[in-house]
Structure formats: structure tokens, C-alpha cells
Design a protein around this ligand. Structure first.
Ligand code: CO8
Length: 254
């Protein structure tokens, strides 16, 4: 087993567990992760997923030993690592709780999540250029959208690693917290998100992601339609009724 999964209330915590290779991402881990999370994604009782690693490494990249012997024909025939898009496409909000190295595919995996909460000891980077390749699980695309061309080019062309403080400054990371607070802070954020209506949370992340893919006018129309659709939910009725009755809303995900 390359993962440790636990469910705490409405939060699912997934810990990558390949300590001997700093959680390097191989095809088996990808499949295990996607297979484990797919059924939870449609479970109304799962409101948020936290993906984390060890203190030393979130993930030090794609598994270089697995990849190194492959030919281009192998890569094309397998459509190697295309399965990661199934992880990115999960609709339940996902938080990456990053301690230690998040390099190459590890940084890309973190960027597939909706928020990155980093320990102050975390290190990020896209060092693929040092291996004679380039990011291949969305790094050139997601990093550029998140931090802009100047920083993305800097990181991807030089392969230099950055600390958590710089990652937050350039907009890669949502929050930086002391290392010993990482698990608690990530869980608290996840519980907060999971406490809201899941349909609204899914719509919110979908619309924010849409902003990375579309023009402003289309994005605003998309958002407005999503907003309108939420008026078909019981959670919208409950949320607004609770506000008017000056009480805490109780969301059911319906
Ligand atoms: N893959 C496989 N094994 C790894 C990886 C990795 N990415 N990273 C570390 N390991 C292994 C090491 O080989 C070592 O194993 P062993 O003890 O058997 O030699 C063990 O983990 C511990 O690592 P180190 O001894 O190197 O630990 P250090 O603390 O000295 O260094 C580093 C830590 C700096 C993180 C170092 O291990 C390192 O540079 N790792 C590689 C980082 C890297 O280059 N990542 C990018 C990988 S390429 C990638 O992610 C491309 C994704 C796109 C795929 C697209 C497909 C379409």
C-alpha cells in the first residue's frame, strides 16, 4: 500500500507513503490514489480531502527509477501519467498539506489541489530540466497560471528550489504555517470547508478553476449560471434562512 487513508468526520486524509523514495510518484501510487478517491468524491458525507506526505517529503517528484528505462513508444502507448488528470478532476475540494520536498511531480500534485498549505520548512520546485526533461503533469501550465510567466520561467528553466516563504509570496501557496502546526491547520481548513454545503463548495472550486481557462465575459456568465443553479439546492434555502433567523446553518449537501 502506497497510501494511508483515514476518514475523520467529513474530512478524508490521504497520506502518501513511500518513505524509502521520499514519496516518489509511480504509476501504482497514481492508480491507488485515483481508485481510492473516486468513490469518495461522490459521497455526500465527504466534504474535503487533505493530501499530505511525510515531514521530510510531500513528494520528491515522479519516480525517476520507474521512468528512466522507458522509451518514447512506452510513454505514448501507456499515455504515461495521463491518469493524474482524474485526480485533478475530482470535484470535492482538495487541500495539499505540504511539508518538506514538493518537487517536480510532487509540486504538480500539490498544484492539482485547490489550496496548498505549506509548513515553513517546505521546499518547492520543478527541477525536471536537471534530468533532461520538462514538467509533464501540468507543471508548465498550472504553475504559469498560478504565478505568471516570469516566475514560472525562472523556476522551470533554472530548476531552482524555493522555500515556503517565496512560494507564498509568488502565489503558489495559500498559507504558510509552522511545521508542527501543519496537520492541525490543514485539518481545520478542511473541516471548515466540509462544514459548508458540498454542492456550493464544488461549484465554487469549479468556477475558480474556470477562471484559469476562459475569458472574463465567459467566466462571469459561467459563474452566474452556477450561482443560479445553487438556488435549486436545500442548502441555499437553509443558508439564507439561517442568516435571517440569526442561527448557524445546518447544511445537508442537498
Ligand atoms: N524518484 C525516485 N527515487 C527518488 C526520487 C524520485 N523522484 N527522489 C528521491 N528518491 C530516492 C533516492 O534515490 C534515494 O533512494 P536510495 O536511498 O535508494 O538512493 C531516497 O529517495 C532518498 O533520497 P536522497 O538520498 O537523494 O535524499 P537527499 O535528502 O539527499 O535529497 C532530494 C533529497 C533533493 C529531494 C533528492 O532526492 C532529489 O533531488 N530527488 C529528485 C528530485 C527531482 O528531480 N524530482 C523531479 C522528478 S521528474 C518529475 O517529477 C517529472 C514529472 C513528469 C512526469 C511526466 C510523465 C508524462
Amino acid at each position: 500500500m502506497r497510501l494511508k487513508i483515514e476518514r475523520i468526520g467529513r474530512v478524508v486524509r490521504v497520506r502518501l507513503h513511500r518513505p524509502e523514495v521520499l514519496n516518489a510518484l509511480d504509476a501504482a501510487l497514481m492508480t491507488e490514489l485515483v481508485d481510492a478517491l473516486a468513490p469518495l468524491d461522490t459521497d455526500p458525507d465527504v466534504g474535503c480531502i487533505v493530501v499530505t506526505g511525510s515531514e521530510r517529503a510531500f513528494a520528491a517528484g515522479a519516480d525517476i527509477k520507474e521512468m528512466s528505462g522507458k522509451s518514447a513508444a512506452d510513454m505514448i502507448a501507456e499515455d504515461y501519467f495521463a491518469g493524474w488528470e482524474a485526480f485533478a478532476a475530482l470535484r470535492t475540494p482538495k487541500i495539499a498539506a505540504v511539508s518538506g520536498y514538493a518537487l517536480g511531480g510532487g509540486c504538480e500534485l500539490a498544484m492539482m489541489c485547490d489550496m496548498i498549505i505549506a509548513a515553513d520548512t517546505a521546499t518547492f520546485g520543478q527541477p525536471e530540466i536537471t534530468l533532461g526533461v520538462i514538467p509533464g503533469i501540468g507543471g508548465t501550465q498550472r504553475l504559469t497560471r498560478l504565478v505568471g510567466k516570469a516566475k514560472a520561467m525562472d523556476l522551470i528553466l533554472t530548476g531552482r528550489l524555493i522555500d515556503a516563504e517565496e512560494a507564498e509570496r509568488i502565489g503558489l501557496v495559500s498559507r504558510v504555517v509552522p511545521a508542527d502546526r501543519l496537520a492541525a491547520e490543514a485539518h481545520a481548513a478542511a473541516e471548515q470547508i466540509a462544514g459548508y454545503g458540498k454542492l456550493a463548495a464544488m461549484a465554487a472550486r469549479d468556477c475558480v478553476d474556470r477562471a484559469l481557462e476562459t475569458g472574463l465575459a465567459d467566466g462571469i456568465r459561467y459563474e452566474r449560471r452556477a450561482f443560479h443553479a445553487l438556488f435549486a439546492t436545500e442548502d441555499q434555502k437553509e443558508g439564507m434562512r439561517a442568516f435571517r433567523e440569526k442561527r448557524q446553518a445546518v447544511f445537508t449537501g442537498k
